[in-house]
Design a protein around this ligand. Structure first.
Ligand code: NAD
Ligand code: ZN
Length: 385
């Protein structure tokens, strides 16, 4: 089959590899109909995630049609069109029973923090991902969700990660009616966090980025205020000046390890890897939120040391919430929001690129070229249908 193939930092290509097979009675094999590239894939693409092995296929946001199921699978049958949460989880361990699916205890033998993730290096289990014609889906009875007849596939694929992650980012902010919410990052995750903040009763939403085309989009798409950090000298002072000098009620980090805007952080966190990513946005969140406020973090950081102003967290009495999204938990509510017309996730898709051109797709998305917000990859076998 044709699949995205990692060759090393900044080098990916479409190549032929063996089709996946059922390896366990609980597996299913899907023929992929859509897959996206996520901001998280860029950390892999840029060579920042340890143990990203040459030959791996990335892709943790995908939809597909069931081709084959293992002997113990009960909830899926050949021909079902499903969306697949990016988390691989068992559904029955201590953490899954608390709906902390992203922290499943059984699907990632390499780590104790995060559970399995499709196509995300051997630090999350070494599973191949869905930027391919076919993908193996382990624990197929618990992850995949049948796509409702009235949800188009382009909306469905955004329910596998970007939308639920933005939604959970807002949820972890514990937004109260009328709150001022600042979202850092106007990528897909930040856009959906801003949209979700309104759904949760925010009185004001301010989105911060430096890419004007993304700021324009998020303003049109969500009706938020926008702030270009390139025009700001001191972020905390700027946010305070916009909020009666109190600070925002909630600050949300939808940027993570590759933040730009502070040369020293970028040098130590991204270039020299002396810390697990540039903590620029963590500083901005902690220092811009009001005393007693909440900082919600979904931007991804490495597992090691970061220079974070923890003293300010203590002295300001902040609540910090963070996690990888537990996609499955949010699906019923988000499907309802889509069906009611309150959100149309596919409107963020700017590029539809054949899987054969995956290398161009990564370059365009990584370098933020051509007004790119969200690219989706279409495998040749899906293009025929
Ligand atoms: P993206 O790369 O498309 O967007 C990131 C945006 O942040 C860009 O528009 C960039 O210009 C902006 N940015 C850079 N530095 C900034 C700064 N200092 N202040 C404000 N904005 C800044 O990525 P995405 O797909 O939107 O993902 C965003 C983050 O969320 C990534 O770190 C990704 O790994 C993470 N993520 C987490 C989860 C989860 O479950 N926790 C799921 C998906 C993505
Ligand atoms: Zn992702």
């Amino acid at each position: 089959m044709l699949a995205m193939n990692y060759r090393g930092p900044y080098r990916v290509r479409a190549a032929h590899k063996a089709e996946p097979r059922i390896e366990h009675p609980g597996d299913a094999i899907l023929r992929v109909t859509r897959s996206c590239i996520c901001g998280s894939d860029l950390h892999l693409y840029h060579g920042l995630v340890p143990d990203t092995r040459v030959g791996m296929t990335f892709g943790h946001e995908f939809t597909g049609i069931v081709e084959e199921v293992g002997s113990s699978v009960q909830n899926l049958k050949k021909g079902d069109h499903v969306l697949v949460p990016f988390n691989i989880f068992c559904g029955s361990c201590y953490f899954c029973r608390k709906e902390l699916y992203s922290n499943c205890h059984n699907t990632n033998p390499e780590a104790t923090a995060v559970g399995g993730i499709y196509g995300y290096s051997h630090t999350t289990g070494g599973y191949d991902g869905g930027q391919a014609e076919y993908v193996r889906v382990p624990m197929a009875d618990v992850g995949p969700h049948l796509i409702p007849a009235d949800i188009p596939p382009d909306d469905a694929v955004l329910l596998t990660d970007a939308l639920p992650t933005g939604y959970q980012a807002a949820e972890m902010g514990d937004i109260r009616r009328g709150d001022t919410v600042v979202v850092f990052g106007a990528g897909p995750v930040g856009i959906f966090a801003a949209k979700s903040a309104w759904l949760m009763g925010a009185g004001r939403v301010i989105v911060v980025d430096h890419l004007e085309y993304r700021l324009d989009f998020v303003q049109r798409y969500t009706g938020c205020e926008i702030l270009n950090f390139k025009e700001v000298q001191d972020m905390a002072e700027k946010i305070k000046s916009m909020t009666d000098w109190l600070g925002a009620d909630v600050c949300i980090d939808c940027v993570g390890a590759e933040a730009v805007g502070n040369a020293l952080q970028h040098l130590t966190g991204v270039k020299l890897k002396l810390q697990a990513g540039a903590a620029t946005v963590l500083h901005w969140c902690i220092n811009s939120v009001r005393k007693g406020g909440t900082v919600s973090i979904v931007g991804v950081y490495g597992p090691t040391f970061n220079m974070v102003p923890i003293g300010n967290v203590v002295n300001k009495g902040l609540t910090i919430r963070a996690n990888q999204a537990s996609v499955k938990r949010h699906l019923p509510r988000l499907i309802e929001h889509i069906q009611a017309g309150r959100i149309k996730p596919s409107e963020i898709i700017t590029h539809r690129i054949p899987l054969e051109e995956v290398s161009d797709a990564y370059h365009i998305f990584s370098s933020k070229l051509d007004g790119c917000i969200k690219p989706i990859l279409v495998p040749p076998s899906a293009a025929l249908h």
